[in-house]
Design a binder for this molecule. Structure first.
Ligand code: FPP
Length: 267
């Protein structure tokens, strides 16, 4: 059997283990390890970022095929500005190039693309491509791709707190009216269900300021694979792992055929 056929068979075997009724609606991904992947191969870090784009395309297709509805990826954090200017410029150019080359296909696939983060500091040319991509795809409703750029979870929370403070001091709302729902409505992700699953590649076990509010109850899956080596097979492994979890949201597992009165607490 050829290597391609063996890989396809392995993927099919995994796909068959997936419960299609329990596919997470929203998956968030911290795509980490591009630089290390390239350095390990004696290549410039930019090669890792280029390969990372291909992986992202594969994962968008895989998650859509599986029945996920939303994919949110961390492409550039507020902390990434501290990288060497050459790398920052490379990444910003890459975003623009990828969008230019892929937006028609994204649109044809009925994918809506949305950028989450403070876009102000980006070059006008990149902002124009972003606005064009968002407006072209805004009516698509099969799948939503959120790309977080110049995004930071703490900054997002402070933004909401500030807006609520202003509304309160102007009398528009009472301080006592501030609750989770109101807070949530000010987030950059308002209207989007929180991710059920957060995947981070490259073995790092950190949240790194990503969607701090939104991942409160997300299942976390850490893959040791560096992002440029991540693929549909690794993604399916993450989904199977997620499906084996017991999501209780701070409650207790409901036991079949056991009423509250029958349970240990009634003794
Ligand atoms: C993390 O690897 C990856 C990034 C900072 C960039 C990710 C961007 C892409 C994959 C391109 C996406 C393109 C679009 C249009 C959304 P790292 O550089 O932090 O790797 P390291 O931890 O090994 O240094």
């Amino acid at each position: 059997m050829s290597l391609g056929k063996i890989i396809d068979k392995k993927k099919n075997d995994l796909s068959e283990r997936i419960d299609k009724q329990k596919v997470p609606e929203h998956v968030a991904i911290i795509m980490d390890g591009n630089g290390r992947w390239a350095t390990k191969k004696g290549l410039p870090r930019s090669f890792g970022h280029n390969k990372g784009v291909n992986v992202l395309k594969e994962i968008i297709k895989a998650s859509k095929k599986l029945g996920c509805k939303v994919l949110t990826v961390y492409a550039f954090s507020t902390e990434n500005w501290s990288r060497p200017t050459k790398e920052v410029d490379y990444l910003l150019n890459l975003f623009a190039e990828v969008l230019k080359n892929e937006i028609e296909e994204i649109h044809e696939e009925s994918i809506k693309i949305k950028f989450i983060g403070d876009l102000k500091p980006f070059p006008k040319s990149l902002k124009n491509i972003i606005y064009h991509s968002e407006s072209l795809t805004k009516k698509n409703n099969t799948f939503l791709l959120n790309v977080c750029i110049n995004y930071g979870g703490r900054q997002e929370i402070v933004k909401v707190a500030k807006e609520l403070a202003f509304k309160s001091s102007s009398g528009e709302i009472k301080p006592s009216e501030v609750n989770e729902e109101l807070f949530n409505s000010g987030l950059l992700t308002h209207g989007i269900k929180d991710p059920e699953l957060l995947i981070r590649t490259s073995g790092e076990k950190r949240i790194s300021n990503f969607l701090l509010w939104q991942v409160a109850y997300s299942e976390i899956y850490i893959s040791d694979v560096l992002w440029p080596d991540f693929n549909e097979f690794e993604f399916l492994k993450a989904i199977i792992d997620y499906q084996s979890r017991n999501r209780r949201f701070g409650g207790i597992e409901s036991l079949p055929n056991e009423s509250f009165e029958d349970s240990q607490y009634s003794h």
